[in-house]
Design a protein around this ligand. Structure first.
Ligand code: ADP
Ligand code: MG
Length: 442
């Protein structure tokens, strides 16, 4: 299939060509016609599969019909869980829409609200926003929705994880009843489906890759190690293997800072990215990492979410994620664009339970490799019983890794695990749900 066959205007096709896109990705091939037809859409596909263009391109096309946005109005509202992602999505809107005369704006918290109010005054065709700041702007009469035609929830699963459910409901209550609704996420969990019930209307459901499976092109293993030796082991791995660029996941903001300081003391160019950092600092760290001046980016899960980071060769789980699904998201940062990647987890004895959760979710036992000089004194319990077959596996289709693509993901953590405004039991439940959907329910 070719983009030309998708009923998009020449000015859009021209912009796509300039980006070097040749063929629509599978999710785009399915989503674009549905969105063009004005249908509600619920789509799940792994990070890096091109979801942004999947909704942006047809939205731009549809906006060409109809009246431009009036004072303080927005015709399309795209909600994203994090500031970084909002900025990225708006950048895509600008890129794909560069030959059109549509207007767009991005608003998020952590920066002054006044310039945003000024930007919205004339009205914008497409507004990309994080939920909290959008509500602030609404309450100050800076944005109205009488002209709203389309609502997009990008990374809907992340929004739920981050506790945005109430904000989302509040926002939806302010929108015109008649509108087109698009929901995009990495996986279809039961919670996503529940959320969707109140939002989308007879949606076209699109799912292009099985949820919760890890990409084949990623080699994964763990290094059992004592907790207090982890920083030293990481340093050893980086220097010994001469890694040029590595994304390191830390459970807490505090831990991310500490590790960054530790690595910097040894002359490595490391930066931390998490919710306590100012927007400027986060943007700068990400830009420097992309450009290669920063070699090690230490991130909390929420901060890393949605970030479109190119073809990372190595991802290190300095701490295992508290929620097994995050493992899949984390290692999705590597092995992209048909390249192979390595996802390495440093696992201490107190994390055996988390390790088992991950192995159960991904249905694989991760290979354990001891590193000379770092053999743990506290043994990791063996996890050979975790693979209770849930269901005879479907014969595997030869799955192509993402055709292109990069990483994604975005926001915050705290001293304790990740700060997600989500009660514990819901979290457990989500784990169960995923296990269920892994049974092939999806
Ligand atoms: P997702 O939202 O699914 O995580 P993105 O929309 O961020 O994915 O896209 C990931 C990357 O793939 C981006 O760098 C984007 O420019 C690129 N991309 C998107 N669509 C195509 C395409 N059809 N061909 C080539 N590259 C694409
Ligand atoms: Mg995305």
């Amino acid at each position: 299939m070719h983009f030309d066959s998708l009923a998009l205007s020449d000015n859009i096709l021209k912009a796509i060509k300039e980006q070097g896109y040749q063929t629509p990705s599978p999710i785009q091939a399915k989503a674009i016609p549905a969105v063009l037809a004005g249908k509600d859409v619920m789509a799940a596909a792994q990070t890096g599969t091109g979801k942004t263009a999947g909704f942006t391109l047809p939205i731009l096309e549809n906006l060409l019909k109809g009246l431009p946005a009036k004072v303080n109005q927005a015709r399309v509202l795209i909600l994203t869980p994090t500031r970084e992602l909002a900025a990225q999505v708006e950048a895509s809107v600008t890129t794909y829409g560069k030959y059109l005369s549509l207007t767009s704006a991005v608003v998020f918290g952590g920066v002054k609200i006044n310039p945003q109010m000024i930007k919205l005054r004339k009205g914008v065709d497409i507004l990309v926003a994080t939920p909290g700041r959008l509500l602030d702007l609404y309450n100050q009469n800076a944005i109205r929705f009488e002209q709203l035609e389309v609502l997009v929830l990008d990374e809907a699963d992340r929004m739920l994880d981050m506790g945005f459910i109430h904000d989302i409901k509040r926002i939806i209550a302010k929108l015109p009843k008649k509108r087109q609704n698009l929901m995009f996420s990495a996986t279809f969990s039961d919670q996503i489906r529940t959320l969707a019930k109140g939002i989308v209307n007879q949606p076209v459901e699109i799912s292009v890759s099985p949820p919760n499976t890890t990409t084949k092109s990623v080699t994964q293993w763990i290094h059992p190690v004592d907790k207090k030796k982890k920083p030293e082991l990481l340093l050893h791995l980086i220097t010994e293997n001469r890694w040029k660029q590595v994304l390191v996941f830390s459970k807490t903001k505090h831990g991310a800072n500490k590790l960054t300081r530790y690595l910097s003391e040894f002359g490595l160019n490391a930066a931390a990215i998490h919710g306590n950092k100012s927007q400027g600092a986060r943007t700068k760290a990400l830009a420097e990492f992309k450009q290669g001046t920063v070699k090690i980016l230490v991130a909390t899960d929420i901060a890393a979410r949605g970030l479109d980071i190119d073809q990372l060769p190595h991802v290190v789980n300095f701490d295992l994620p508290q929620v097994a699904e995050d493992y899949v998201h984390r290692i999705g940062r590597t092995g992209r664009a048909g390249k192979t990647g390595q996802a390495i987890s440093l696992v201490s004895a107190d994390e055996s339970k988390l390790l088992k959760d991950i192995e159960r979710l991904t249905q694989q036992i991760l290979e354990r490799k001891l590193v000379d000089g770092f053999e743990p004194t506290h043994d990791l319990s063996q996890s050979d019983t975790v693979l209770k077959p849930l269901k005879p596996k479907k014969p595997k289709k030869p799955k192509q890794p993402n055709k292109f693509g990069q990483g994604n993901h975005g926001n915050d953590s705290q001293k304790k695990p990740e700060k997600r405004r989500k009660p514990k039991n819901t979290r457990n439940q989500s784990r169960q749900n995923t296990a269920k959907s892994f049974k092939g329910k999806r």
